[in-house]
Design a binder for this molecule. Structure first.
Ligand SMILES: CC(=O)N[C@H]1[C@@H](OP(=O)(O)OP(=O)(O)OC[C@H]2O[C@@H](n3ccc(=O)[nH]c3=O)[C@H](O)[C@@H]2O)O[C@H](CO)[C@H](O)[C@@H]1O
Ligand SMILES: [Mn+2]
Length: 351
């Protein structure tokens, strides 16, 4: 408990000496302290609904605690290793945007679209046209088994273009999870590396619903998973099977990242995709696959190569009892949103 809770600067005509004031405050605080007894009220705010369920954020009194802990900020600005943790509406983000709007960079936005997922293309692209790096030079790379699913071609904004990369793949995430990193490696090697400086990879079953601007630029960029944000490290669903190359030890890992949106400099994304596809291949040779599929290998890599820029769950979210509340939703996962919704919400999200 703070010992001087009610001390304020004196006002009015009577001026006391500094010593008198300190003594006065000390005595007053001491009286209040003993009147209240040794119980202190601690309010711990958790950003995750898991803690709401436990009632820990409802101002509940915790008995027998004599130290008041400052609640962790809801929107921390930095990771423990000093990388920016990005929330779009902060002063830090405004500063990052100002830094990047000066120079013209070309950015790629890559998606894999196989089978029935073609139904998400139009919505994804039109939302990206409005909200993804508006005013910047952007190339969309659509890796697809069916280039005709892009017809009729959409009219794109100035300095924006779309490239179709045909891939011979069968639908089904259980199968594609083995393949996406390898496809990414090939696409970068064949074309992308000479065309853009930054590359972001996204799930196609998403929609941009608010601006995602230059604050997202960094050498290696990863996004916090909205269901795991604010959870204790031992709740993260890392791979625990020792035989797997995605295995994470108890004492490892800072955050749990989503595989729905990540990126950075092309060279960094290439390195990431190459390493992850190798880990996946090694497991495939043993006949195993990590529990979180591709996401487990991504998390393994990001423990060994910490991102230089971490995006908050504003950049990967949906409404459900399990996802963190964020100041602004920017990139929404329609697939997961639709899975988590009742009929009314499904209609609202046009599932
Ligand atoms: C297929 C599947 O089990 N999806 C589940 C998976 O979502 P995920 O978001 O993990 O996977 P997803 O279904 O969005 O697939 C990842 C990405 O692969 C691409 N893709 C995937 C499959 C396909 O047939 N064609 C294709 O193009 C597409 O870009 C998609 O966005 O986990 C979620 C919860 O965590 C939900 O349970 C989803 O239903
Ligand atoms: Mn998805």
């Amino acid at each position: 408990m703070a010992l001087f809770p009610f001390c304020k600067q004196p006002s009015g005509p009577v001026r006391k000496t500094r010593l008198q004031l300190v003594l006065y405050c000390f005595l007053l605080s001491l009286i209040i302290y003993f009147l209240q007894g040794r119980k202190a009220s601690v309010r711990v705010e958790s950003p995750h609904p898991f803690f709401h369920a436990l009632g820990e954020d409802s101002g509940q009194e915790m008995a027998d605690m004599t130290v008041v802990k400052a609640a962790a900020p809801k929107t921390p600005q930095e990771t423990p290793w000093g990388a920016p943790l990005v929330w779009g509406n902060t002063r830090n983000s405004a500063w990052r945007r100002a830094k990047f709007t000066q120079r013209g960079v070309r950015t790629g936005l890559l998606v894999l679209v196989v089978g029935t997922y073609a139904r998400f293309i139009q919505r994804f692209l039109s939302s990206a046209e409005t909200h993804f790096l508006p005013g910047q030079m952007v190339t969309y790379y659509i890796l697809t088994d069916n280039p005709r699913s892009l017809d009729p071609s959409m009219e794109l904004g100035l300095e924006r273009e779309l490239k179709v990369v045909p891939v011979a793949e069968l639908p089904g995430w259980d199968r594609l999870a083995y393949r996406r990193m390898a496809l990414l490696v090939d696409a970068i090697k064949n074309e992308i590396s000479s065309e853009v400086q930054y590359l972001f990879c996204a799930d196609i079953d998403q929609e941009f619903v608010a601006p995602v601007r230059e604050e997202i630029f960094g050498d290696l960029v990863a996004t916090l998973h909205p269901e795991l944000y604010g959870m204790p490290q031992n709740a993260f669903p890392y791979e625990v099977e020792e035989a797997s190359s995605a295995c994470v030890d108890d004492d490892e890992g800072d955050y749990y990242y989503t595989s729905e949106f990540y990126g950075g400099l092309v060279s960094e994304v290439h390195r990431l995709a190459q390493a992850c596809s190798l880990l996946i291949l090694q497991d495939q040779a043993k006949g195993i696959m990590a529990r979180g599929l591709e996401e487990s290998y991504l998390n393994r890599y990001l423990i060994d190569h910490r991102p230089t820029c971490v995006l908050s769950p504003e950049y990967s979210c949906w409404d459900s009892a399990l996802t963190a509340d964020v100041p602004v939703q920017r990139l929404v996962s329609l697939g997961r949103q639709c899975e988590a919704s009742d009929m009314k919400m499904k209609a609202q999200y046009r599932c």
